[in-house]
Every structure is written in C-alpha cells, then in structure tokens.
Design a binder for this molecule. Structure first.
Ligand code: SAM
Length: 323
C-alpha cells in the first residue's frame, strides 16, 4: 500500500514498492502525465543488502518489468534518465556486466516502446578510490570514477533544448569572438571552415555528453552551465549533510549528484512540468525539482530514507512549505 509521507509546495514523497505503486491508483493517475523520470535504481548486488536488492537474472527481470510501467506514466515527448554506476564481481578484480545487460534489456523491453536518445558519462573525480582492494591495496586497477547515464524516450524527438544548458565560452573562444577573425579553410578532416564559422555569439557553448562535476586539475577551467548546481556529494557545506550530522543520521549512501539532476531538469523540462523519481532515497530529485519550480513525485520503499529526505526541504533558502 502506498502512503504519502510528506508533501511540499511542488511535490509529494510516497512510501511503497515502486512496482506496486505504479500498478495501483497512483500509477493510473499518473498515466501519460510525467515529463521526466530521473533516477538511480538500486544496484544489482551479488549479496543481499538491507532493502532486498535483487540478484542476477532476478534483477534483470525486475528492471525490465519497470520499463513498461515507466513508459506508461510518461508523456509522449517525455524522457527517462537512468544513472547506473559500475559494479564489480565479489572478491575478483573484474567488473560485473549485469547492470549493463539489465539496461540493454530495459531499453528493448517489449511493449515499452523505448529508445536510447543518448548515453552520457558522469565523471566525478572526487569519488573515493574504488574498488579499494584492487586499486589501493593490490594496485592492479585504476580508480572507478564515472557513472553511466542513459537518456531514453518514447519518441525520437522528446522535449529537449540544449540552449537551456549552455556552458560559458572557453577563454580562447571569448578571444575569438572579440577578435572576429578565424583561420578559415579546409581542415585535414576535409571539413570546410568558412570565415564566419564560430564567430557568432550564441551566449555559450553546447554541453558535451561527458558531464564533469568537478575539476581534477586546478589549473584547468571547469565549464558547467550557469544554471547547473555545481555542488557535489563531498561539499560539506551542503545543508542536507549538515542537518544529518546535527541529527545523528547517516546520510543515504548512494545519493545522486544534484548537479547531474539539475542538468537534465533544465535540459529536458520546463517549469511546472512533472518529474518522477521511482527510487527516491534521500530525494535529490525532489529537492532539485522544488528549487527549479517543477512538480515532483518520489517513491521509496524504505521509510527511514523518506524521513531523512524531509531534512532537505527545511533549507530556508528553498522556502518550501511542508505538510
Ligand atoms: C541508488 S538509491 C537512490 C538514491 C537517490 N537517488 C538519492 O539521491 O538519494 C536506490 C533507492 O531505491 C530504493 N528501492 C529499492 N528497491 C525499491 C523498490 N522496490 N521500490 C521503491 N524503492 C526501492 C532503495 O531503498 C534506495 O533508497
């Protein structure tokens, strides 16, 4: 049974098993209404953990069942953004292919009518060295420092506008725009570059599909869209982490990066649109949506995570009304 744990000015956080919730009354109410699903699903684990992560084929079958349920609640021009980290085989220095297999089966799930719009890589150099045994003890693997982000949709043309997430121009591009002269001609790649190419000011450059949340090299500029939150999980000033510390609560161990969620929110939705996170955890998605004035719904099986997520909305800067 689904139960609403709290509501805010823009959204509500529901406790329940996502599969049951989406098959029930709420799922029916949401049919064709959700503009964006942004989520990081529970990882496929090789050992069972607290909230009953599934194993092997069982995980794949479960995630594939989600595809149709997610697709049903999506608008025709809606999008699904799924973040999935790499997982490793237990006690062995090799990666598990299970997450990727599950994602491929998810995209191709019968009746879901999904397609892969674009794959992104979220590069986060501040992640702790992992898997520690093979990276820092045996020194036979390098640090796993990115997550896979898959952008899926029901049509080839979901709502999207890269002009809403422009990055500041690089110093050399700023100079070029000032100078208004460019080395025209044919490049070795046979691309013809005209005198006017690159000289128009479009107010910023187009994002890449490698999202770099923090810079690894202090001397190199990091160019993120002006409207993307640059904070990361390690930011100790983060209101949520401070509140958790004050209240002696262990923050959710697998929180998404607010910057990543804000990028897709700005890129793929408009204010007033509805965003769903079916595995809401600490509710990074709801928090970002609230901040960017999008409606949101979070579904989570573990009520403790739900209660801690409420702390995010006590941030006075957010001005959210909680009921
Ligand atoms: C990777 S975490 C998501 C963390 C979240 N994105 C955040 O920023 O805090 C996955 C979440 O899915 C929840 N979960 C696992 N199985 C679930 C299910 N069947 N229904 C709803 N939530 C589930 C877990 O309790 C966990 O909090």
């Amino acid at each position: 049974m689904a139960k609403t744990l709290y509501k805010t000015s823009f959204g509500k956080y529901v406790i329940g098993d996502t599969e049951n919730v989406l098959k029930g009354t709420l799922g029916k109410k949401l049919r064709s209404k959700v503009n964006l699903i942004v989520t990081s699903p529970p990882f496929p684990l090789n050992k069972k953990k607290k909230y009953g992560n599934r194993l092997g084929q069982d995980y794949k079958d479960w995630l594939v069942r989600m595809a149709k349920l997610f697709s049903d609640v999506l608008t025709d021009d809606g999008s699904i953004v799924i973040e999935l980290g790499n997982s490793w085989e237990p006690h062995r220095p090799i990666q598990s292919t299970l997450g990727l297999e599950a994602l491929l089966e998810f995209v191709n799930a019968e009746g879901a009518n999904l397609r892969l719009c674009q794959q992104f890589v979220c590069y986060n150099p501040s992640r702790l060295p992992s898997p520690a045994q093979w990276v820092t003890v045996n020194r036979i693997r390098t640090i796993d420092s990115f997550t896979h982000v898959w952008w899926l949709s029901k049509s080839d043309h979901p709502k999207a506008d890269n002009r809403k997430v422009l990055r500041p121009y690089s110093k050399s591009m700023q100079n070029l725009l000032k100078r208004q002269s460019y080395n025209a001609g044919v490049r070795p790649s046979e691309h013809k570059i005209s005198k006017k190419s690159f000289l128009l000011n479009h107010n910023g450059s187009i994002m890449h599909n490698v999202i770099e949340l923090e810079r690894i090299d202090e001397d190199r500029e990091l160019r993120l869209p002006h409207n993307m939150f640059s904070m990361s999980n390690t930011n100790s000033n983060d209101f949520f982490l401070k509140k958790c510390r004050e209240e002696g609560i262990r923050p959710h161990p697998a929180r998404m990066q607010p910057g990543l969620v804000s990028f897709f929110t700005e890129f793929l939705t408009d204010p007033g649109d509805l965003i769903l996170d079916p595995f809401a955890g600490s509710n990074t998605t709801g928090y970002v949506a609230e901040k960017l004035k999008r409606k949101w719904i979070g579904i989570e099986i573990d009520e403790d995570y739900g209660r801690q997520s409420l702390l995010r909305f006590k941030d006075p800067a957010l001005g959210a009304k909680i009921t």
